[in-house]
Design a binder for this molecule. Structure first.
Ligand code: MN
Length: 197
Protein backbone atom coordinates (compact mmCIF):
# COMPACT_ATOMS: atom_id res chain seq x y z
CA UNK A 1 0.00 0.00 0.00
CA UNK A 2 1.19 3.48 -0.85
CA UNK A 3 1.63 5.64 2.25
CA UNK A 4 0.44 9.19 1.55
CA UNK A 5 2.35 11.34 3.99
CA UNK A 6 2.11 14.83 2.54
CA UNK A 7 0.77 17.67 4.64
CA UNK A 8 -1.53 20.41 3.46
CA UNK A 9 0.64 23.44 2.74
CA UNK A 10 -0.86 26.90 3.08
CA UNK A 11 0.47 29.97 1.31
CA UNK A 12 -0.48 33.51 2.21
CA UNK A 13 -1.01 35.73 -0.87
CA UNK A 14 -0.42 38.91 1.15
CA UNK A 15 2.64 38.06 3.25
CA UNK A 16 4.11 35.80 0.55
CA UNK A 17 4.93 33.13 3.13
CA UNK A 18 4.22 29.38 3.30
CA UNK A 19 3.20 28.48 6.86
CA UNK A 20 5.96 26.58 8.66
CA UNK A 21 8.47 26.67 5.77
CA UNK A 22 11.83 28.48 5.85
CA UNK A 23 12.51 30.97 3.03
CA UNK A 24 14.12 29.31 0.00
CA UNK A 25 15.64 32.55 -1.28
CA UNK A 26 16.05 35.99 0.26
CA UNK A 27 17.80 38.58 -1.88
CA UNK A 28 18.93 42.00 -0.82
CA UNK A 29 20.33 44.73 -3.04
CA UNK A 30 23.87 43.54 -2.19
CA UNK A 31 23.02 40.12 -3.71
CA UNK A 32 22.12 41.77 -7.03
CA UNK A 33 25.45 43.24 -8.08
CA UNK A 34 25.71 43.37 -11.88
CA UNK A 35 21.96 42.95 -12.35
CA UNK A 36 21.08 46.64 -12.84
CA UNK A 37 22.38 48.46 -15.90
CA UNK A 38 22.63 51.75 -14.00
CA UNK A 39 25.58 50.91 -11.75
CA UNK A 40 25.90 54.41 -10.29
CA UNK A 41 22.25 54.39 -9.20
CA UNK A 42 22.76 50.87 -7.80
CA UNK A 43 25.82 51.87 -5.73
CA UNK A 44 24.02 54.96 -4.44
CA UNK A 45 20.96 52.93 -3.37
CA UNK A 46 23.13 50.26 -1.74
CA UNK A 47 25.12 52.90 0.20
CA UNK A 48 21.84 54.18 1.61
CA UNK A 49 20.38 50.80 2.63
CA UNK A 50 20.87 47.13 1.76
CA UNK A 51 17.13 46.66 1.25
CA UNK A 52 15.36 43.33 0.98
CA UNK A 53 14.24 43.04 -2.66
CA UNK A 54 12.47 39.65 -2.78
CA UNK A 55 11.94 36.35 -1.02
CA UNK A 56 10.53 32.99 -2.01
CA UNK A 57 9.12 30.08 -0.01
CA UNK A 58 8.84 26.73 -1.75
CA UNK A 59 7.04 23.43 -1.20
CA UNK A 60 8.53 20.31 -2.79
CA UNK A 61 6.49 17.29 -1.62
CA UNK A 62 8.59 14.73 -3.49
CA UNK A 63 11.81 14.36 -5.44
CA UNK A 64 12.68 12.49 -8.59
CA UNK A 65 11.96 12.55 -12.29
CA UNK A 66 8.61 14.22 -12.97
CA UNK A 67 8.07 15.54 -9.40
CA UNK A 68 6.90 19.14 -9.08
CA UNK A 69 7.24 22.03 -6.67
CA UNK A 70 5.63 25.41 -6.15
CA UNK A 71 6.98 28.63 -4.73
CA UNK A 72 5.37 31.81 -3.55
CA UNK A 73 7.38 34.94 -4.18
CA UNK A 74 7.10 38.32 -2.50
CA UNK A 75 8.66 41.25 -4.26
CA UNK A 76 9.13 44.68 -2.73
CA UNK A 77 8.42 47.81 -4.78
CA UNK A 78 11.42 49.95 -5.67
CA UNK A 79 13.44 51.59 -8.40
CA UNK A 80 17.14 51.78 -9.17
CA UNK A 81 17.31 54.85 -11.40
CA UNK A 82 14.76 54.12 -14.14
CA UNK A 83 14.93 50.33 -13.62
CA UNK A 84 12.50 48.44 -11.42
CA UNK A 85 13.54 46.15 -8.60
CA UNK A 86 14.13 42.85 -10.40
CA UNK A 87 15.18 39.28 -9.81
CA UNK A 88 18.65 38.03 -10.63
CA UNK A 89 17.06 36.15 -13.54
CA UNK A 90 17.81 32.59 -14.59
CA UNK A 91 17.38 29.81 -17.06
CA UNK A 92 16.70 26.36 -15.67
CA UNK A 93 19.66 24.08 -15.06
CA UNK A 94 17.48 21.63 -16.99
CA UNK A 95 16.67 24.16 -19.74
CA UNK A 96 14.06 21.90 -21.33
CA UNK A 97 11.72 22.52 -18.37
CA UNK A 98 8.95 25.14 -18.64
CA UNK A 99 7.30 26.97 -15.73
CA UNK A 100 4.02 28.67 -14.86
CA UNK A 101 3.75 31.94 -12.93
CA UNK A 102 0.44 33.13 -11.45
CA UNK A 103 0.02 36.70 -10.21
CA UNK A 104 -1.64 37.09 -6.79
CA UNK A 105 -1.26 40.72 -5.65
CA UNK A 106 0.36 43.87 -6.95
CA UNK A 107 1.70 44.70 -10.40
CA UNK A 108 4.70 43.25 -12.13
CA UNK A 109 6.17 42.16 -15.42
CA UNK A 110 8.24 39.23 -16.59
CA UNK A 111 11.00 39.52 -19.14
CA UNK A 112 11.44 36.36 -21.22
CA UNK A 113 14.43 35.71 -23.47
CA UNK A 114 14.56 32.76 -25.84
CA UNK A 115 17.93 31.02 -25.62
CA UNK A 116 18.17 30.05 -29.29
CA UNK A 117 17.13 33.32 -30.98
CA UNK A 118 17.76 35.89 -28.22
CA UNK A 119 14.25 37.23 -28.87
CA UNK A 120 12.64 38.91 -25.87
CA UNK A 121 9.11 39.38 -24.66
CA UNK A 122 7.71 41.51 -21.85
CA UNK A 123 4.53 40.22 -20.20
CA UNK A 124 2.39 41.68 -17.39
CA UNK A 125 2.28 39.67 -14.14
CA UNK A 126 -1.07 40.63 -12.62
CA UNK A 127 -3.56 39.17 -10.13
CA UNK A 128 -5.40 36.18 -11.65
CA UNK A 129 -3.10 36.23 -14.67
CA UNK A 130 -0.94 33.28 -15.73
CA UNK A 131 2.37 33.49 -17.55
CA UNK A 132 3.83 30.45 -19.23
CA UNK A 133 7.62 30.49 -19.39
CA UNK A 134 8.41 28.22 -22.34
CA UNK A 135 11.22 25.70 -22.32
CA UNK A 136 14.72 27.05 -23.09
CA UNK A 137 13.72 30.54 -21.96
CA UNK A 138 15.56 32.81 -19.51
CA UNK A 139 13.20 34.73 -17.21
CA UNK A 140 13.32 37.69 -14.85
CA UNK A 141 10.57 39.20 -12.71
CA UNK A 142 10.08 42.87 -11.76
CA UNK A 143 7.75 44.76 -9.48
CA UNK A 144 6.46 47.70 -11.52
CA UNK A 145 3.93 48.88 -8.91
CA UNK A 146 4.01 50.74 -5.62
CA UNK A 147 3.01 47.86 -3.32
CA UNK A 148 4.50 44.37 -2.75
CA UNK A 149 3.98 41.94 -5.63
CA UNK A 150 3.16 38.32 -4.76
CA UNK A 151 3.00 35.41 -7.19
CA UNK A 152 3.08 31.63 -7.38
CA UNK A 153 5.38 29.62 -9.62
CA UNK A 154 5.05 25.94 -10.52
CA UNK A 155 7.86 23.94 -12.07
CA UNK A 156 9.45 20.48 -12.13
CA UNK A 157 11.21 19.87 -8.81
CA UNK A 158 14.61 19.32 -10.43
CA UNK A 159 14.44 22.23 -12.93
CA UNK A 160 17.13 24.10 -11.00
CA UNK A 161 18.60 27.58 -11.53
CA UNK A 162 21.43 28.47 -13.87
CA UNK A 163 22.65 32.07 -13.41
CA UNK A 164 26.01 31.54 -15.15
CA UNK A 165 24.67 31.26 -18.71
CA UNK A 166 23.25 34.78 -18.45
CA UNK A 167 26.20 36.23 -16.54
CA UNK A 168 28.57 34.80 -19.16
CA UNK A 169 26.98 36.90 -21.92
CA UNK A 170 26.81 40.00 -19.71
CA UNK A 171 23.13 40.11 -18.78
CA UNK A 172 19.70 39.88 -20.39
CA UNK A 173 19.76 41.53 -23.82
CA UNK A 174 16.95 43.92 -22.90
CA UNK A 175 16.45 46.31 -20.01
CA UNK A 176 13.03 47.30 -18.70
CA UNK A 177 12.67 50.89 -17.55
CA UNK A 178 9.94 53.13 -16.23
CA UNK A 179 9.24 55.49 -19.15
CA UNK A 180 6.50 58.00 -18.28
CA UNK A 181 5.03 55.48 -15.83
CA UNK A 182 5.00 52.58 -18.32
CA UNK A 183 7.28 49.51 -18.15
CA UNK A 184 9.21 49.76 -21.41
CA UNK A 185 11.64 47.24 -22.91
CA UNK A 186 14.79 48.77 -24.44
CA UNK A 187 18.02 47.44 -25.95
CA UNK A 188 20.65 47.28 -23.21
CA UNK A 189 23.35 48.91 -25.36
CA UNK A 190 21.12 51.90 -26.17
CA UNK A 191 20.13 52.35 -22.54
CA UNK A 192 23.78 52.20 -21.38
CA UNK A 193 24.65 54.82 -23.97
CA UNK A 194 21.85 57.09 -22.73
CA UNK A 195 23.25 56.75 -19.17
CA UNK A 196 26.75 57.79 -20.19
CA UNK A 197 25.54 61.02 -21.82
MN1 MN B 1 12.36 29.45 -13.22
Amino acid sequence: MKQFTQQLSKFDPITGVVEGAPPAIERRLSDLKGVFADELAYEAALAEEDSLVYSTYCVAPEQGDGAMLYCIGKFMPGRIGAEYYMTKGHIHARPETAEFYFGLRGQGVMLLEDEASGDSQLLPLLPNGAIYVPRHTAHRTMNTGEVPLTYLSVVLADAGHDYEVIAARGNFRKVVVDLDGQPTMLDRAGFLESLSR
